[in-house]
Design a protein around this ligand. Structure first.
Ligand SMILES: C[S@@+](CC[C@H](N)C(=O)[O-])C[C@H]1O[C@@H](n2cnc3c(N)ncnc32)[C@H](O)[C@@H]1O
Length: 462
C-alpha cells in the first residue's frame, strides 16, 4: 500500500467516507483472477468441465469463471493456445455483458487492444454480423490481432485510427459501440502498481478530456436506436459521471439506460461530479463489494439523430488469376467442402476474405481488412494460422489429433517436425479435437507450420 499516491488516498477517503476502511483493506488482499470460455470454440459449461482448473462461475458473466491463481496457470496450458478461453479480469467482463450485442449486428469496439472485450463481443456475435475493432497504438494492435486470431474470430476487421478520423466514414453505421476508454487506471492499482506511478490529478483531467473527445467521435457513428456502452477501470468521478455529464449536455440525442446485470454492481454516483441524477443508472464495480477490480460501466441509447446513409461496399481491385488459382487448388486439396460465395482482397501477397457490409476503408489505417486466409508464394498458397484456429477437423480432409498428455504435442508446439503415417498435404493439427495450427505432411513427416513467434520454448513449461 506504500506505493499508493497520497492525493489518491485522500480523494478516496473523501468520496467513500465510512466505506473507506473496507475499500482500503482490499489492497492487502489477493486480487481475484478470471477467465472467459470462448464460445466460438466450445459451449461455456462444456469448456469449464474440460479445463483442468479449479473454476467457480462469475455471477455477472455466463461464460466467465474465477480460477485459483495459486494452483492453476491457465496462460501456460495448450487449451489457451487453442483459443478455448481468454484470461480476463472478472470486472472487465461487465462492459460487454452490458453492451449485449446480438448475432448479425454491426459492432464497433473503438479502444480495443489487447482484445479482451473484442473477443467477448465476437463470441456473442457467433460469427454473424460485423465486428470493427479499432486500436490507435500500433504495438497494442499486434496483441489485438493475435488474440482475435487465437480465438478464431471470423468476422472482425481491425483498424488503427484516431477515432476522430472514423466518424464520417461510419456515419450512423453501427448498432452498438463500446468505448472502453483509456483512463487513469485507479481501479487497477492493486494488480498493476506501475499505473500508480503515472497517476496525478493533472493526468486524470487529461484523461477526462480525451474520453470526451472519443465519445464525441463515436456519437455520430451509432444508428438511431443504437446502444453505446462507456466503460473505464478508474474510480475517478471526473472520468466517469463527470465526462458523461459533459457529453450528455452536448448530445441530447442520448439517454442513460439501466445497466443489464446492475443487481451485481453498485449504482454510479452522479453527486460526486455534479452530474444529472439519471446517471445513477450507470454502475460502479468496487473491489470491496465484489470479487474483481474497480470498473465503471454506463449504457446510453441514441434516441434520435440523423439516420445513417446506407454505405455501399467499396470497390476492390480484382485479385489476379494466379492468386485465385493457387487458393482454389488449396481449398480443393484441403477442405471437405468449398466455402460459399466469397469475396477477396489482396494486401501485397496476403489474401483476405472480405466481410459483407464493410464500407470503403480507403484512406484509413487498416491492420486487417477482413479474415486473413493466407499468403501467396509464387504458385503456392500458404494458409494462415488465423484460418487454422477458425477451422474444425470436420471441415478439413486431413487432421492430426493429440491428447493433452502426448509428448509429440509439445514437440509440435516447440516447432519440431513429427514422424507420421498420413497422406501428404496440408494437415490441421488439433488437441482434443480443437485446432492448434497447420502442418504439412510429406515423406512420412509432418513439417511444422506452427508460427515461429508463438512457439513454446523450454522456459515456457516452468
Ligand atoms: C482500457 S484500454 C482497452 C482495453 C480493451 N478494451 C480490452 O478489453 O482488452 C484503452 C485503449 O485505448 C487506447 N487509446 C489511447 N489513446 C486513444 C485515443 N486517443 N483514441 C482511442 N483509443 C485510444 C489505448 O491504446 C488502449 O489500448
Amino acid at each position: 500500500m506504500n506505493h499508493l499516491p497520497s492525493e489518491y488516498l485522500e480523494q478516496m477517503e473523501k468520496l467513500l467516507g465510512t466505506e473507506y476502511t473496507d475499500f482500503i483493506r482490499t489492497y492487502r488482499e489477493t486480487p481475484a483472477r478470471g477467465l472467459r470460455i470462448n464460445t466460438l470454440k466450445v459451449p461455456a459449461a462444456e469448456g469449464a468441465a474440460l479445463l483442468p482448473f479449479h473454476l467457480e462461475p462469475i455471477p455477472w458473466c455466463e461464460t466467465g469463471y474465477f480460477y485459483d491463481h495459486h494452483r492453476d496457470r491457465p496462460g501456460k496450458h495448450v487449451f489457451h493456445a487453442a483459443g478455448l478461453y481468454y484470461i480476463q479480469d472478472p470486472s472487465a467482463m461487465a462492459p460487454v455483458e452490458a453492451l449485449a450485442p446480438l448475432p448479425g449486428e454491426k459492432v464497433l469496439d473503438l479502444c480495443a487492444a489487447p482484445g479482451g472485450k473484442s473477443t467477448q463481443i465476437a463470441a456473442k456475435l457467433q460469427g454473424r454480423g460485423l465486428l470493427v475493432s479499432n486500436e490507435i497504438s500500433p504495438q497494442r494492435r499486434k496483441a489485438l490481432v493475435e488474440n482475435l486470431e487465437r480465438c478464431g474470430v471470423p468476422n472482425a476487421v481491425v483498424l488503427g485510427e484516431d477515432p476522430r478520423h472514423l466518424k464520417d466514414r461510419f456515419a450512423g453505421f453501427f448498432d452498438r459501440i463500446l468505448i472502453d476508454a483509456p483512463c487513469s487506471g485507479e481501479g487497477m492499482f492493486r494488480k498493476d502498481p506501475e499505473s500508480c506511478e503515472r497517476w496525478s490529478p493533472k493526468a486524470t483531467d487529461q484523461c477526462a478530456d480525451l474520453q470526451l473527445e472519443i465519445l464525441d467521435a463515436a456519437a455520430p457513428m451509432l444508428r438511431p436506436g443504437g446502444i453505446l456502452t462507456y466503460s473505464t477501470c478508474t474510480f475517478n468521478p471526473s472520468e466517469n459521471e463527470g465526462v458523461l455529464s459533459r457529453f450528455l449536455k452536448q448530445h441530447p440525442e442520448f439517454e442513460v439506460q439501466n445497466v443489464p446485470g446492475a443487481e451485481h454492481y453498485q449504482p454510479a454516483r452522479p453527486e460526486w461530479a455534479d452530474a444529472p441524477s439519471d446517471l445513477s443508472k450507470a454502475a460502479r464495480l468496487w473491489p470491496h463489494h465484489l470479487r474483481g477490480e474497480g470498473h465503471f460501466v454506463a449504457v446510453l441509447k441514441k434516441i434520435g439523430g440523423p439516420e445513417g446513409t446506407k454505405q455501399r461496399a467499396g470497390k476492390l481491385p480484382p485479385v489476379h488469376n494466379q492468386a485465385v488459382q493457387a487458393y482454389r487448388a488449396f481449398i480443393k486439396e484441403t477442405l471437405t467442402s468449398p466455402p460459399d460465395h466469397e469475396q477477396w482482397t489482396l494486401f501485397g501477397n496476403h489474401l483476405y476474405r472480405m466481410l459483407d457490409e464493410l464500407p470503403p476503408v480507403k484512406g484509413i489505417k487498416v491492420e486487417r481488412p477482413g479474415f486473413y486466409l493466407g499468403q501467396l508464394k509464387g504458385k503456392h498458397f500458404i494458409p494462415s494460422h488465423a484460418w487454422a484456429l477458425a477451422l474444425s477437423p470436420e471441415e478439413v480432409q486431413r487432421s492430426l489429433n493429440f491428447e493433452v498428455e502426448d509428448p509429440d504435442l509439445y514437440r509440435y508446439l516447440q516447432g519440431e517436425a513429427i514422424p507420421v503415417n498420413l497422406a501428404k498435404g496440408w494437415t490441421l493439427v488439433t488437441v482434443n479435437g480443437f485446432s492448434l495450427g497447420w502442418g504439412k505432411v510429406s515423406g512420412g513427416l509432418l513439417k511444422n507450420h506452427y508460427p515461429k513467434w508463438l512457439r513454446w520454448d523450454e522456459n515456457f513449461f516452468r
